[in-house]
Each structure stands twice: as structure tokens, then as C-alpha cells.
Write a protein that binds this ligand. Structure first.
Ligand code: FMN
Length: 308
């Protein structure tokens, strides 16, 4: 199996360079292979030209794609998975990697009538100066994950993982204290990359819509559910169709079944509540949940939600 690594850091004298090396060693030690785009070493041109802008903005599926971009497309479509390795700069990837997405995610390849293959797995390995707790508390981690997983990689990989190596700024003593442990973790991420792919399961940042419902149900194919997960706690907000605003919270068990209570306001202005148990299934590469729900007035029903 092959993984395409997109690595972006301005300096060889960095934690992130070591992190990338450890991950690559893990991949080769597992008997798999990688190909690498080292964006600084390649002097990758991250600035979208006017011609490229007009092609993509006008949804023109013309064949005039630059040779450096065609090479990146080829690397993606000849791989099973993709990994991005970078330091967090201002709660984003470095500009060169942001520009990589601007130029490589072309119309007709990454969106529209996509030629880009559905990858088995996408992983982000990023280093961040801040402690994880602070990134979570301020909503910065959620924003980083939303942009990478919920937009750039959304619908382009069957499973996704976002791994942060936190507290790595130079003035932080944890940078050196956690150096070896972090590199070991990066190595293990490489070593177990394709095996973990088969077992990993999370509903975090996954978006669903209802594809079937009983008559007494209120959600429909117009209702969008945005799920989140932290450890065994899951929550989601949902809206659309006859749902003005809904929220649910509950737990995920060892078999990946969801058990939650939900409440929403419908378009008639009523506050409705209930409980639901939900069983997962992967169908055509998409995650589905078979739901059995019960309103507080005792009425029961079933529905199916499927990932977008
Ligand atoms: C221009 C710049 C912007 C940064 N912005 C952030 C940030 O928004 N959040 C954060 O946690 N760390 C931020 N950092 C810290 C880097 O992520 C951190 O220094 C890096 O991960 C340490 O690893 P390195 O040795 O590979 O550079 C920033 C660093 C630089 C140089």
C-alpha cells in the first residue's frame, strides 16, 4: 500500500522535520511505501494565477492544467492514502500548503466531476505551539479540524484522523521533554497506518442526512446532522426541512452504537424531545446509522441517516 505525504515546513531545523522523518520510517518499517511532496524542497508555487482562478471559478473542466499540478494529481491517484505534515501557523497550515490546496484541488479533479479517487484514509499530523487544552478551550482546534477535515478532505477519504503534537514551541520546556515520546508516537502512526485504517471509527466532524423515516418522524433528506465525538461522548446539532434547530447528546458504546437524547424546535414552533438508539453500518464506503427513536409522548419509529 502507498501513502502520499504532503510535507510543509520552511526549515530543516524543526520538530516537524523530525516528526515527518519518524512517520516515514514507520511507513517503510511496516512494509508499505510512501511518496513525498516536500513543498519547500520542491519550491512549490503556491500562488494561484489569474488563468487558474478563472478556470476554477467558472467551473471550466478544460485540460490546461499546469504540469506541476498534474504531477500532484498523479501522486494522489496512484496512492491509497494521503497524509499532511505541517506546523500550525495562525491556526492554519503554512501559506505554501494552503496554496497547494488552492492550486491542486482543481475543478474536475477535486470537485465537480471529480477524477480524484476516493482515498482509504487521510491523516493530518501537525505540530502546535499551544497546549491542546488551550486550542480546544478557545475553539481553535475545532476550527483547524473543520477546515481540513470538514472542507478540504471532506468526501475525499473514507476515514480521517487529525493528530496534534502540542506544546512544541521553542520556549516551552515540554518541547524537549516530550521530544522522544512524540517521535515514537509519529513512528507508530506510520507503522500502524494501514492496519488502524481498518479499525478506526469516529463520528467526529461527520455530516449526515436522513434517507428514511417513519411517518411520525420529523427529520427528512433536508435535515443535516453535524456530529462530534470526544472519547465515548457524542453530540450533534441538526437543522433543515421541518427542523428549525435541534441538538442531541449521548454516548457511543464499544460496538459503535449510539445512545442519545434529542430535542428540537420544529417549523410549527413546537419543542419536541425523545431518545434514540442507533446502529452503524458502512454501505458503499459511507457510514449509515439505523435509528430506533421514541418521543417523550411514547410514539416510536425508525429512521436511517447516511453520511453525505
Ligand atoms: C508564524 C508562526 C505562527 C504560529 N502560529 C501558531 C498558532 O496559531 N497556534 C499554535 O499553536 N502554534 C503556532 N505557532 C507555533 C508553531 O506551530 C510551533 O512553533 C511549531 O509547531 C514548533 O515546531 P517546529 O520546530 O517544527 O517549528 C506558530 C509559529 C510560527 C512561526
Amino acid at each position: 500500500m502507498r501513502v502520499f505525504i504532503v510535507y510543509c515546513h520552511p526549515s530543516e531545523d524543526s520538530f516537524t522535520r523530525n516528526l515527518c522523518d519518524a512517520f516515514m520510517k514507520g511507513i517503510t518499517d511496516s512494509g508499505n511505501e510512501y511518496i513525498l511532496s516536500d513543498l519547500y524542497a520542491m519550491d512549490f508555487d503556491a500562488v494561484m494565477s489569474e488563468k487558474e482562478y478563472l478556470r476554477d471559478a467558472n467551473y471550466r473542466n478544460t485540460p490546461d492544467i499546469a504540469a506541476d499540478i498534474l504531477k500532484e494529481h498523479e501522486k494522489i491517484n496512484s496512492s491509497d492514502a494521503i497524509v499532511f505534515i505541517y506546523p500550525v501557523f495562525w491556526t492554519e497550515a503554512p501559506a505554501r500548503l494552503v496554496g497547494w490546496f488552492d492550486r491542486v484541488w482543481t475543478y474536475g479533479f477535486a470537485y465537480g466531476e471529480k477524477k480524484m479517487k476516493m482515498l482509504d484514509k487521510a491523516m493530518i499530523l501537525c505540530s502546535a505551539g499551544n497546549p491542546l487544552e488551550r486550542l480546544e478551550r478557545l475553539g481553535l482546534l475545532a476550527s483547524m479540524k473543520k477546515v481540513m477535515l470538514g472542507d478540504r478532505l471532506f468526501g475525499r477519504a473514507r476515514s480521517m484522523e487529525f493528530v496534534v503534537f502540542d506544546s512544541t514551541s521553542r520556549e516551552n520546556r515540554l518541547r524537549s521533554e516530550k521530544w522522544e515520546t512524540n517521535l515514537k508516537k509519529a513512528y507508530e502512526k506510520g507503522k500502524n497506518f494501514f492496519t488502524e485504517c481498518k479499525t478506526e471509527f469516529s463520528v467526529d466532524d461527520r455530516i449526515f442526512t436522513a434517507i428514511e423515516n417513519s411517518e411520525s418522524g420529523e427529520v427528512s433528506d433536508q435535515t443535516v446532522f453535524c456530529y462530534h465525538q470526544k472519547d465515548d461522548v457524542i453530540w450533534a446539532d441538526y437543522s433543515g426541512g421541518s427542523i428549525v434547530k435541534g441538538m442531541l447528546i449521548g454516548k457511543i458504546d464499544a460496538e459503535h452504537n449510539l445512545h442519545f437524547s434529542y430535542q428540537h424546535i420544529n417549523s410549527a414552533g413546537e419543542l419536541k424531545m425523545g431518545t434514540c438508539d442507533s446502529e452503524p453500518e458502512i454501505k458503499n464506503g459511507k457510514l449509515r446509522f439505523y435509528e430506533r427513536w421514541k418521543w417523550t409522548d411514547g410514539q416510536e419509529g425508525t429512521s436511517v441517516i447516511e453520511e453525505f
